[in-house]
Design a protein. Structure first.
Length: 403
């Protein structure tokens, strides 16, 4: 892979087609408030080793927080976060900067929280984000536990030491969800908004982050490094933001939003990009011509052509569970504010439940998971009853069955 491949530059040129960050005007307009609310403050970032969490951190430290504590279960990811941040000439990390490879539901986390706190800003990026993580009842239990139950437990802890700003990342798939991941994120939104009267809480729904960890585009890089064929859906279009933009929208939502608001990017439908259209310029950037193949087997057999400058790619129509062929950032029932910011919109009246109602929902979900005879369809039925309009798309095929 060429050493001069720049993800942000490639993303701006071939995917988002934006010469600068979409959110830069709002960040410049509100620079004084961002500095005031962040400078010398104590910050806790949960799930900070992932693409969005680390981008949030790189944006945050430009405003000079006094203390930064980062926790994530990915020990290797935390190592790379430190190396990356300390290697960037434009970044100055706080003197009090620590990373801990722990789960935010562990007893060790509570000890860290109590020892290092109180915190002025808490941001949570720990989540199951892949639709592939709903293949059966077991994977769904882990997803719901992480996205819903642990988020609620965290909020209970925070009520004892309320931060000035609490942010928890959501997803566009929470608007009119068609998969369990999106449904779990919709419940997560309702969980955090239930506590928005006890502390300032905001969230954000936004687009695919180009080349984020575990994404299809990041997988392209891995395949090239291993000289393996690429596989790409031929019919899926998505909105995209760059890694830098993902951190910026989260920071702005965290600091500039009012409690209970959901931020989303102002993106026109014409800016959606077909995954298949990204493949030719990506391969050209790497010095290859694309060789379209008719099947996974044909693509595997064609790897011999890589030495001749032709790279095998298998394009396939999407057929997996919960795959939405379009994206939404809000629903028809939600009240929108599109005037307060140039590049963001906000949902003002997102559905809230009482904490007591959410306790009942969590209890109901746990009863399903504790039933040894329960299957995926049982948890889908339970979620259907909890989330009006949830219509799961079941095809019998999951992403782990594809190349």
């Amino acid at each position: 892979m060429p050493l001069n491949f720049n993800i942000e530059k490639f993303t701006g040129t071939h995917i988002t087609r934006r010469p600068q960050s979409l959110f830069l005007p709002d960040m410049e307009t509100h620079a004084e408030k961002l500095h005031t609310e962040i400078k010398d403050k104590n910050v806790l970032v949960i799930g900070g080793a992932g693409t969005i969490g680390s981008s949030f951190i790189r944006t945050l430290v430009r405003y000079h927080p006094g203390k930064l504590i980062v926790v994530d279960i990915n020990e290797n990811g935390l190592t790379e976060l430190v190396r990356d941040c300390r290697s960037r000439p434009e970044l100055q990390m706080p003197d009090n900067f620590k990373t801990y490879p722990v789960n935010f539901s562990d007893k060790a986390f509570r000890k860290i929280f109590e020892h290092e706190g109180p915190f002025d800003i808490v941001a949570n990026f720990a989540a199951h984000k892949h639709v592939r993580s709903e293949k059966d009842i077991f994977s769904i239990e882990a997803m719901v536990e992480n996205n819903v139950t642990r988020a609620k437990d965290l909020l209970e802890l925070l009520t004892q030491y309320p931060p000035r700003h609490f942010f928890c990342v959501s997803t566009d798939k929470a608007a009119n969800p068609v998969n369990v991941m999106g449904a779990s994120k919709k419940l997560m939104e309702e969980v955090i908004l239930a506590y928005s009267g006890k502390m300032k809480i905001t969230t954000a729904r936004f687009a695919n982050v180009a080349f984020s960890n575990g994404s299809l585009l990041a997988g392209f890089i891995e395949r090239l490094l291993k000289q393996q064929p690429l596989a790409c859906p031929s019919d899926v279009k998505r909105f995209f933001v760059s890694p830098e933009e993902s951190g910026q929208i989260c920071l702005c939502a965290c600091i500039l939003g009012q409690s209970g608001e959901i931020f989303f990017p102002k993106l026109e439908p014409s800016s959606m990009v077909n995954f298949a259209d990204i493949v030719p310029p990506f391969l050209n950037e790497m010095g290859f011509e694309m060789e379209a193949c008719s099947s996974e087997d044909a693509a595997k057999q064609a790897t011999a052509d890589i030495q001749n400058g032709r790279y095998p790619v298998y394009f396939f129509p999407s057929s997996t569970n919960g795959e939405k062929l379009y994206e939404e950032f809000y629903t028809e029932e939600e009240e929108l504010d599109t005037r307060s910011f140039q590049s963001f919109g906000t949902v003002k009246n997102a559905k809230r439940r009482s904490i007591e109602d959410l306790d009942k929902i969590v209890h109901t979900l746990r009863l399903v998971f504790e039933d040894a005879r329960a299957e995926k369809k049982d948890i889908v039925s339970a979620l259907n009853a909890m989330i009006p309009g949830f219509e799961h798309i079941e095809t019998g095929v999951n992403l782990d069955q594809k190349m």
